[in-house]
Design a protein around this ligand. Structure first.
Ligand SMILES: [Zn+2]
Length: 76
């Protein structure tokens, strides 16, 4: 498989997804993905993206075990 953006090679690896929910930042880490060796774009399978949706659902329902990390916001 090759990258749709730059044509680089894709390699199996892990990535992170970052969502913003109102005033909170949610990071989902250890997401298995294919990552472009050249530009770093990551591609997840439909199965993985379903799992991410499920996690976000349970996050909204307050059912997730979360680790609190700090975030900050700066305007340019
Ligand atoms: Zn690429």
């Amino acid at each position: 498989m090759i990258c749709a953006l730059c044509g680089g090679k894709l390699k199996e690896g892990k990535t992170e997804f970052i969502f913003r929910v109102k005033e909170e930042i949610v990071v989902i880490k250890n997401v298995p993905a294919l990552i472009c060796e050249r530009c770093g774009e990551s591609y997840v399978t439909p199965d993985v993206s379903k799992r991410i949706d499920k996690i976000m659902e349970s996050y909204h329902e307050g059912k997730c075990t979360v680790k609190r990390i700090s975030a900050c916001e700066i305007s340019l």
